[in-house]
Design a protein. Structure first.
Length: 132
């Protein structure tokens, strides 16, 4: 004899497991990150631009950081000449995070959304944020 109650309950559990990712994504779309650039240093800039164009930074900042690290640590070169010809001191903490001092609202807002967790802050010092 089949127990139709159990079968229906089983089906309901099955359907909700299958549907979960879709239902879950509806919520995720709403909180799509909007990384904020309104830090004190960036507010002072006449031309608000990064070390490279925004589209490049968005897609390639991980590779650029690797290049910066290799340049500083392997080659002892701490000057980066950007594609626009401007010069930057190669430093995650003193250059990137000097402008992007709002790590939580900037870096973390994207990374949390994409579920990436850069391990850099195990060693590098993250900016102090106004949680005093
Ligand atoms: C001189 C200040 C300054 C420095 C230094 C700087 N940034 Fe930026 N960054 C900006 C500004 C301003 C923008 C927004 C540019 C725009 O809207 O065109 C930006 C944009 C970005 C973006 C794209 C954000 C988006 O919404 O797509 C990323 C990623 C980024 N920066 C990462 C970095 C990293 C990593 C470093 C160090 C290698 C760095 N930045 C150094 C000022 C800076
Ligand atoms: C516009 C969204 C966005 C912003 C803003 C952003 N990131 Fe990212 N970051 C990403 C994405 C997406 C990845 C994962 C890319 C991949 O896996 O190919 C990533 C990956 C990284 C990685 C490599 C991590 C790994 O484990 O591979 C580093 C390092 C990193 N980001 C540093 C930073 C820093 C530092 C900042 C702030 C100055 C920052 N990012 C701001 C979107 C962003
Ligand atoms: C195990 C500790 C450790 C981790 C984790 C780590 N770093 Fe570093 N990093 C160092 C040390 C030590 C130096 C050399 C500092 C110096 O010579 O001034 C360095 C130098 C750098 C430099 C060049 C100089 C500077 O002061 O910024 C960059 C850029 C850099 N690391 C980026 C990263 C990024 C991006 C990550 C994460 C994907 C990361 N590091 C993770 C220890 C670490």
């Amino acid at each position: 004899m089949y127990d139709s109650g159990k079968i229906i309950a089983g089906l309901l559990v099955f359907v909700s497991i299958i549907a979960f990712p879709f239902v879950y994504n509806i919520g995720a779309d709403i909180v799509k990150p909007e990384p904020k650039i309104d830090t004190p240093v960036i507010q002072q800039m006449a031309v608000k631009q990064c070390v490279e164009p925004k589209e490049f930074m968005r897609a390639e900042h991980m590779q650029l950081l690797n290049k910066w690290r290799d340049s500083a640590v392997r080659d002892g070169n701490r000057v980066y000449v950007g594609s626009r010809g401007d010069h930057y001191n190669i430093s995650l903490q003193n250059t990137c995070m000097h402008c992007h001092s709002n790590k939580k609202e900037f870096c973390d807002s994207c990374h949390n959304y994409m579920a990436v967790k850069p391990y850099c802050w195990d060693c590098h010092i993250a900016p102090k944020e106004n949680s005093l």
